[in-house]
Design a protein around this ligand. Structure first.
Ligand SMILES: *[C@@H]1O[C@H](CO)[C@@H](O)[C@H](O)[C@H]1NC(C)=O
Ligand SMILES: *[C@@H]1O[C@H](CO)[C@@H](O)[C@H](O)[C@H]1NC(C)=O
Length: 247
């Protein structure tokens, strides 16, 4: 791989975004896309780590999301319970639709074995979580949940990536903002133990987004691919932001 070009590109990333030093680490992934709890703890090697550069480059959106009214109220326990229910229903719908897409993407022809295995692993994890939520909420299915405009836009973005990118590494990139952002939000929310929403923090703090690192760094090995990945990552970070800011 052309690592000189890649390093130059990534280094440019870090410099231009002003986060060359002291960036936050989201070391874990949302629990609901991940059932294992091993290997937490990220040490990023700056300069050759596309996985890390994508996050660092788009921290501005993470920080804006953290300030969403929904999360501000969740943090101090004053969030209207009805708002939380609406948010949760949309999250279940999201989970259902993305699970179906993951199945489809995992079956796309012409993928390297390790990438297909990774996507299949994500599919199984999403599916298991969807099933546990359907049980918990006594839902036969999620077909009657109508998407809000923000969730509709988010799911359309996924669908566009799935339908236009033959290389499934880009769908994998599209999944990462959710995994990484939710852990980071959970880590940063300061909640009292008796906060009604403490379980949201507990459920989301223990994931492992760094499981994406090896596969992303392996296949996003040119400037062009890293740039395209950044465009997709940023679009999905914006979609996450818009979900929170309209909830
Ligand atoms: C990028 O990685 C793929 C998969 O490992 C490899 O086949 C390809 O030759 C690499 N390309 C470059 C430019 O290094
Ligand atoms: C929680 O935060 C909101 C928004 O800043 C504020 O209006 C409200 O008074 C706070 N409530 C408590 C209980 O601290």
């Amino acid at each position: 791989m052309n690592s000189a070009v890649l390093s130059f590109f990534i280094f440019g990333f870090l410099i231009s975004s002003g986060f060359a030093t002291g960036h936050e680490e989201g070391s874990c992934q949302s629990q609901w896309v991940n059932n294992d709890h091993s290997g937490c703890g990220v040490t990023s090697k700056k300069g050759d780590d596309v996985y890390e550069a994508l996050w660092v480059r788009n921290m501005d959106i993470a920080k804006e999301t953290f300030n969403a009214d929904f999360l501000v109220h969740m943090q101090n326990g004053s969030l209207d319970a009805f708002r939380f229910v609406k948010f949760t229903l949309q999250d279940i719908l999201y989970l259902q639709v993305v699970t179906n897409m993951l199945k489809e993407v995992s079956e796309m022809p012409g993928q390297p074995d390790d990438l297909r295995e990774f996507i299949t692993g994500r599919y199984r994890s999403y599916k298991a979580f969807l099933q546990s939520w359907e049980r918990d909420f006594s839902l036969a299915d999620t077909k009657s949940i109508q998407p809000t405009p923000a969730i509709e836009k988010y799911l359309t973005s996924y669908k566009n990536v799935m339908n236009t990118e033959k290389d499934t590494i880009y769908f994998t990139v599209a999944l990462l903002p959710c995994s990484r952002l939710w852990v980071w939000l959970a880590q940063n929310l300061k909640m009292q133990k008796n906060n009604a929403y403490i379980q949201w923090k507990i459920d989301n703090i223990g994931g492992h987004p760094e499981k994406y690192r090896p596969i992303l760094n392996k296949y996003l090995n040119t400037t062009e691919k890293a740039q395209k990945a950044n465009d997709i990552f940023r679009m999905q970070m914006q979609n996450e932001h818009d979900f929170f800011s309209t909830s």
